[in-house]
Ligand binder design. Structure first.
Ligand code: HEM
Length: 484
């Protein structure tokens, strides 16, 4: 994953385009003092400080490049993001942000590169293709029904609960049933807590000024078996042990099972290399499962938690949601795949929530070769950061950007915006493979929970962000649950 020296790509640009400027001319921080100041602000409140920096530079690219390190450029407009993630995507690889994640996920689909990534993506792609994901609806419905029954049995009307914990348990249950045929419920609290610890520790390491200034954690000799900040590392390693244990147990259980399965786990375990006939190694299997179980539930849980908080603050949007759910499903019919397109407002409530609180708030790439982006000549090694948070709150594409308004996603409204003005799932070859799964899950869960409950934020609740690897609500999502 180290940057190579330049092989000419389209670095010269088209003959008619103005010559790209050296990236060193981009506005921003380039002295140690200025970079240090910016990083201190980022550490304190990453998403807001990036938003403010972007506004200060008129929405144009800006840099945060420590002397002697590779340049680090922030590009937060849809056209620039498109150049990096789509048009010139071959010129980039994933950056240091993902090397930290590798510590826990290993080399699964989120963190791998090159041939390994290509081979594994083609193995799992059919599981997530088009209508194939329709088969997952039954598991989503069953998991939501079980959660509702549990709530009915244990909650009193007006009960105060932390919805972020409930959403995490529910989405883990869904991934367990749909992808690996496993009931995680016995260990979901333990798994959720370990994942929280791991993300917190990894996020803190990733945000540390040392990581940024070094231009990449690998260059500091930090990777698997890394040795920094003993207390944080200890917590992260303990969390990884718990996560590993859960994953290895589920592989073992499947090995012993005589039942027929056609889920993701079966596809991974049944794979044989076309030339060598070799199955996936035990490490590759562990890494992919860890990747799908964690990436497949944590992000959706965050998106749903933010949505319930926002709906509580916006009663008219919530009233419209309840009306739609009642019209499409009535009081107690469970949704099926064909209901999904009729639950347009329900889906839009989730989309609009991911606009304001994108679960993946920053996407990073590192240039493998010399290239161009946003009018700058980008030398190999440059790290480009693209923040869905900043792009989603840019008034140039989102009038009244701070307002929660699901109608932005109704009918043809999205056609009036540039394609990458909205990119919660990123774009290009590395875009989220679980996008269809997540959208179906969010719509089913939102509709079913709304049939039976409404949630009001407790009066003291504050929607504050805790941007570690994903964008979690800092204080959970404390709400009062009302039975409808
Ligand atoms: C609302 C929920 C979700 C959001 C916002 C989200 C967001 C993202 C984003 C932004 C990326 C690209 C990261 C990058 O390029 O740097 C990504 C990749 C990925 N996501 Fe998701 N995701 C969600 C749900 C899911 C689900 C449900 C699954 C699995 C069932 C999943 C599995 C993955 C995997 C495996 C990758 C790596 C894909 C690759 O590089 O080939 N995600 N996700």
């Amino acid at each position: 994953m180290t940057a190579t020296t330049a092989t000419p790509s389209h670095a010269a640009g088209s003959p008619t385009a103005p010559a790209p400027r050296p990236v060193s001319e981009a506005p921003g921080a380039t002295t140690l003092l200025a970079v240090g100041r910016e990083l201190a602000a980022i550490r304190k409140d990453p998403v807001r400080s990036l938003e403010l920096s972007s506004a200060r530079h008129g929405g144009r690219p800006f840099q945060l490049s420590a002397p002697g390190a590779h340049a680090s450029l922030f590009i937060n407009d849809p056209e620039g993001a498109k150049e990096v993630l789509l048009t010139h995507q071959d010129d980039y690889e994933k950056s240091s942000q993902y090397e930290i994640l590798q510590r826990v996920l290993g080399l699964g689909l989120v963190t791998s590169e090159g041939e390994l990534w290509r081979e594994h993506r083609s193995i799992v792609q059919p599981v997530f293709a088009g209508r194939a994901i329709g088969a997952f609806a039954q598991y989503m419905v069953a998991a939501a029904s079980d959660a509702l029954d549990r709530w009915d049995a244990t909650w009193t009307d007006g009960q105060e609960i932390d919805l972020s914990v409930e959403m995490s348990m529910l989405t883990l249950d869904i991934v367990g049933r749909a992808l690996v045929g496993t009931d995680f419920s016995a260990r979901s609290t333990e798994f959720g807590a370990a994942l929280g610890d791991m993300l917190e520790a990894a996020g803190a390491i990733g945000r540390s000024p040392v990581t940024h200034i070094s231009g990449g954690i690998k260059r500091m000799g930090v990777g698997r078996g890394m040795n920094l900040q003993p207390r944080r590392l200890q917590r992260m390693n303990a969390a990884i042990d718990v996560l590993d244990d859960v994953i290895l147990e589920l592989i073992e259980r499947r090995r012993r099972s005589t039942d027929e399965h056609d889920d993701l786990l079966a596809v991974l375990m049944g794979y044989r290399h076309p030339e060598t006939g070799e199955p996936l190694s035990a490490t590759a299997l562990r890494d992919e499962l860890m990747t799908f179980v964690t990436a497949g539930h944590e992000t959706t849980a965050n998106g749903l938690s933010w949505m319930w908080g926002l709906l509580s603050q916006h009663p008219s949007a919530r009233a419209q949601l309840l009306t739609e759910v009642d019209e499409v499903l009535g009081g107690d019919r469970t949704p099926d795949y064909d209901d999904l397109r009729r639950l347009e407002w329900t889906t839009a409530c989730f989309q609009e929530s991911m606009r304001l609180f994108p679960p993946v708030w920053i996407v990073q790439r590192r240039a493998k070769v010399d290239t161009v982006a946003a009018g700058y000549a980008i030398p190999a090694g440059t790290v480009i950061s693209i923040s869905p948070w900043v792009i989603h709150r840019d008034a140039r594409n989102w009038p009244n950007p701070a307002g929660y308004d699901p109608s932005r996603f109704i009918g043809d409204a999205p056609k009036d915006r540039p394609r990458l003005a909205y990119l919660p799932f990123a774009a290009g070859r590395r875009m989220c493979i679980g996008q269809g799964f997540a959208m179906m899950e969010a719509t089913i869960v939102t509709a079913m929970l709304s049939q039976r409950y409404t949630f009001d934020l407790v009066p003291t609740a504050r929607l504050e962000t805790d941007p570690s690897i994903t964008l979690r609500p800092r204080h959970g999502m404390p709400v009062i649950a009302h039975r409808r």
